[in-house]
Each structure stands twice: as C-alpha cells, then as structure tokens.
Design a protein around this ligand. Structure first.
Ligand code: HEM
Length: 526
C-alpha cells in the first residue's frame, strides 16, 4: 500500500511530494518488487510451519548467508584512504612511467594500510609489521606499490612465505598464536634477524597509520624509452611525526579502544578534514653496481644504506578522503605487485618474483576472476581493452564480434614501444642461497641507531617473548642471532630468555661459520 501511495503522491502532487516520498522509499526484493511485510514470515495458519513460497524470506536469509567474502589470507584488517601523488622531479630520463613525467604532475591514488597476521576484526594494537599499499591510477593503467612500514622483510625467498605465515598465525590445533611456533620457525632463518629486531622494537606497535613511514621494500627497475635499466627503491617518509606505542601503552590502548588506527584515520581525515602526507624518496643503482656491496641489493632483508646509495626526494603522497563505503572500496581493494606499468619492471628479487604470482592468484579466489573490474580496482584514466571475457560477476562486456587478436577486421594491436626490457643471462638453473647473506650486520646498525630507551624496550620485548619458549635450544639460537647483530643486544636478550651467555657465544660463532660455509659453496656454483 505504501508503494501505491508513493506513486500516487509523486504523480499527483508534484515535486514537493516527490522529495517527501523519497524519504520513505519502499522496501523491495532483489528483483525490485515491493515487499508487503518484512516483519512476519508467511506461515500455514497461526500454528503451522513457514511456507517455502515466501521468496522474500528465502532471498533475505540467502543473501545474509553469503555476506562474507574470504578475508585476505594475510593483511586482513585494514583502512583505506583516497588521495593523490604529486611528482616534484621530472624523471623522464630514467623511466617512461606516467606518474614521474614532468614536475608537478598529480596522479590519483588509493592507499590501504593494514596489520598483517591477525584476522579481519583483530585488535590494531598487536605487534606486527604494517602494510602500506598504494594504487596509482595512471593513464598507462594502474601501478600498485604494495609495501610495508618496515623497509625490510623477514625472509628473502618466496618459497618460505607460506611456512612463515603458518608459524605466525594461530595453531591449527589450539587456534592460539604461540611464541613457541614463531621462534621455532625463525630459529632456522637467520636472515630474519633484521626484521625481527624492527618488529620487537617500538616500531612494531605504531600509534597511528598516519605517523609511520613506508617502503616499497624490493628493488624495482626503472626503464627509459630506449630500454635502459636502473634498479630503484622507493621510501615514503611521513611529514607527520613518527609515533609508536611502547608495549605498555599498546596494552593500555587495547583496553580502551582496540581499533585506534581506524578511529584515528576516520577522525582526522574523515571528520576533521585533515590531510596527511609523505615525501617519496628514490634510490637508484646501475645494473653494474649490483655486486659492489657486501650484501645483495636484491635481498629483501637488506636496506640500501643511505651512506652507500644516496636518496633524493622526488614527490609526495597526500591523503585527504576516506571511502564512502568500507566493503566496496577498502575490503574489495586488490593490490598486486604484478600491477606494473611501462617504465617500471620487477627486479630479480626472489621474494618479489613470488609475489608477482601470489596476489593476483589469491584475488581471483577472494574476489573472483573479475576482481580488477570492481570500481576501486579498475583503471580510472584508461580503458581496459582486451578480449578477456565473461566469468562470475562480469557486469560489462564489449559487443565486439571480433573477440580475438590478431584480426584484419579490428584494429586492436600491441605496441612494440611497450615491450619489456631485456637482460643477458648465463649459467645453469640452480637452487642455492645468495653468496652474500650478511644476516646480522644491518640489524646491529638498526639497534645502535635506537636511543637508549628504544634499545631497552627492544631487549625487553624480544627477551620477554622469547622467555615463554620452552625449548632452550630455540632460545639460545635466537639470542645468538641478536648477539651476532650486536653483543650488548644479544647479551640483554639472552639474560631475559634465561640462557647461558657462553652457550649463546658458541652458537653465535657456529652461525657465522655456517654462513661462511654456505657463502663459499654458493660462490663456487655462481
Ligand atoms: C597482502 C602474499 C610478501 C605486503 C598479501 C596477500 C597475499 C600476500 C596472498 C593478500 C592479498 C589479497 O588478498 O588481496 C605474499 C607473499 C609474499 C609476501 C607470497 C612473499 C613472497 C610481502 C612483502 C610485503 C607485503 C615483502 C611488503 C613489501 C603486503 C601488503 C598486503 C599484502 C601491504 C595488503 C594489501 C592490501 O592492503 O590489500 N600478501 N606477501 N607482502 N602483502 Fe604480501
């Protein structure tokens, strides 16, 4: 009846009634038909069962049953924000990538910050790296720089990633995260020393997504219009002061509001209309320089120290608008390191190479084969022009009879200007670690750059977590990693982890000898 009333009022009484009736829109079914009763199911009389013919009821329950899509297998909890990237320096001599052409050029972006290990509704106060993923909507297609707040990662080869995530996530038996499982795994992974050190410092509990730095972590390639290549790294430096929680502050915060990062972004940018910005810094290496260092520049467990590879400011990121709807944009956002544009190519970094496959693959499962047609993921400044078609949830299709290529009937041709760069290769296929592992040095440098309180907090956080591991062998090995990074650091951790320092020293030496042994073997094969 209310549906009929609305129609009558619209047609007979004019504009004023139209806007009044718009306030009381009629509830409809999925097919648009009006709903007569949304409070009582159809039943067979006052005492009888509910009727199968109540299609509105069935449709409503069925839609509810399917509300959840799989959460991301990692980085499940996050916050999205819109904004733009403004380029400061014309980099057309180094790359043909659209965002870096000309001074002052602006490119629209969508950014998603996230925590890593825990689920979709987990507390944001837990110790974790943080994701810092940026989607650039360029006129050459979308470029995703899917980075983290830390400039390094725990492992250097994608083959270890599923095991690492299993160890970090709750046990399949108890559904509890367990330090015993985490440290058991990492006691076999000395290259994790650098990132574990960052994780257990106060940088592992940022106070706000807007008050932390970000990094692309991997080396990428810049390619110019003649196919010349430079290896590059990207770093986001916050213009807001860096703010971290101490372990005690994080615990206290969790008791008051366990989602402070979401609250913060929606309050500062959403309600108060503030903006947040980061400067983008670039480091560049010529291909001939890759073997010039005592570490491998294509190793994700390493930074390129600024004293060895200078960095310069090339632009800034400005975030200024929260999404209209969380599910449509933040939850359905699909960032992938394989979403690259002309002028930016992947380096040979073994982690990055695995990531090139993993993200688009998981998104086909999480969001479906048409994930990149969802508005937040679709290019905004260029059309998708190819013959991939159909599949679940495809809402747009071209009506071309020619859905193949090449064709004499339709001019949809590739452009050789956009061929990938080429690289000479020689050697045999192999499965060998890097010959420059250098697993501990940069962790020590990070430790020594912390202030006194920061070092103390790190030792307390790491030593405290390690102390809960029952196996002495694991506590000794992890303490030895830290000892190899810095003697004071390792000694402090060992003390709290209740292991003998002489055992730690012996293990530390054995680890260095093993590293040298692996290096010699790998060098021989190389
Ligand atoms: C999310 C895999 C390493 C940063 C994800 C997702 C997968 C994944 C499957 C979920 C994507 C989705 O459902 O949309 C991997 C693998 C890695 C790896 C296999 C190693 C081989 C890294 C590294 C970084 C990183 C080194 C940082 C540089 C992120 C971020 C997200 C993410 C920021 C969340 C993106 C978003 O906000 O939607 N990763 N990851 N991952 N990963 Fe990784």
């Amino acid at each position: 009846r209310s549906f009929t009333r609305s129609i009558i009022s619209c047609v007979t009484v004019g504009m004023l009634s139209m806007s009044l009736s718009a306030q009381a829109d009629t509830l409809t079914r999925q097919n648009g038909a009006p709903v007569g009763d949304n409070q009582n199911s159809q039943t067979a009389g006052p005492w009888g069962p509910v009727l199968l013919q109540d299609s509105h009821l069935i449709e409503k329950l069925a839609a509810f049953d399917r509300e959840r899509i799989p959460e991301r297998v990692v980085h499940a909890r996050g916050v999205g924000v819109h904004g733009y990237y403004e380029n400061y320096e014309d980099l057309s001599d180094d790359t043909v990538a659209a965002p870096f052409q000309g001074e002052g050029k602006k490119t629209e972006v969508f950014v998603r910050f996230s925590s890593v290990v825990h689920g979709h509704l987990s507390p944001e106060t837990l110790r974790d790296p943080r994701g810092f993923a940026v989607k650039f909507y360029t006129e050459q297609g979308n470029w995703d720089l899917v980075g983290n707040n830390f400039p390094v990662f725990f492992i250097r080869d994608a083959i270890k990633f599923p095991d690492m995530v299993h160890a970090f996530k709750p046990s399949p038996v108890t559904n509890k995260q367990d330090a015993k499982r985490v440290f058991d795994f990492f006691s076999h992974v000395p290259e994790s020393t650098h990132t574990l050190t960052m994780l257990f410092s106060d940088y592992g509990t940022p106070a706000s997504y807007l008050n932390m730095d970000g990094s692309g972590v991997h080396a990428f390639k810049f390619v110019d219009d003649e196919g010349n290549v430079k290896y590059v790294k990207f770093t986001w430096k916050a213009n807001q002061p860096i703010k971290n929680f101490t372990a005690e502050e994080a615990m206290k915060q969790q008791g008051m509001d366990f989602q402070p990062h979401t609250t913060d972004v929606y309050t500062r940018i959403g309600e108060k209309g503030e903006t947040a910005s980061w400067d983008l810094y670039l480091q560049e290496l010529e291909p001939e320089q890759l073997d010039d260092f005592d570490f491998n520049p294509l190793d994700t467990t390493k930074i390129w120290p600024e004293k060895l590879v200078s960095s310069r400011k090339i632009g800034r990121l400005v975030l200024n608008r929260v999404p209209d709807n969380f599910f449509e944009e933040t939850e359905q956002a699909a960032f992938a390191p394989s979403n690259l544009i002309p002028g930016i190519e992947p380096s040979e970094d073994r982690m990055l190479q695995g990531r090139l496959f993993s993200y688009a693959d998981t998104q086909r499962y999480r969001l479906g084969v048409n994930a990149y047609r969802i508005p937040v993921n679709a290019p905004k400044n260029v059309e998708i022009n190819n013959h991939e078609q159909h599949g679940q949830l495809r809402t747009t299709s071209t009506n071309r009879d020619v859905n193949y290529q090449p064709s004499r009937r339709l001019d949809l041709n590739e452009d050789p200007a956009y061929r990938y760069s080429s690289k000479p290769l020689a050697g045999m296929t192999q499965q060998i670690p890097f010959y420059k592992e250098q697993n501990f040095k940069q962790a020590g440098e990070f430790y020594r750059n912390l202030d006194k309180q920061g070092r103390k907090n790190l030792i307390n956080n790491m030593g405290g977590a390690l102390a809960s591991v029952p196996e002495e062998e694991i506590r000794v090995i992890i303490s030895a990693f830290m000892y190899n990074a810095d003697k004071e650091y390792g000694t402090g951790v060992a003390k709290l982890a209740k292991v003998s320092i002489s055992q730690v020293r012996a293990e530390a030496k054995a680890l260095m000898d093993e590293q040298a042994g692996r290096a010699a073997k790998a060098k021989k094969v190389a």
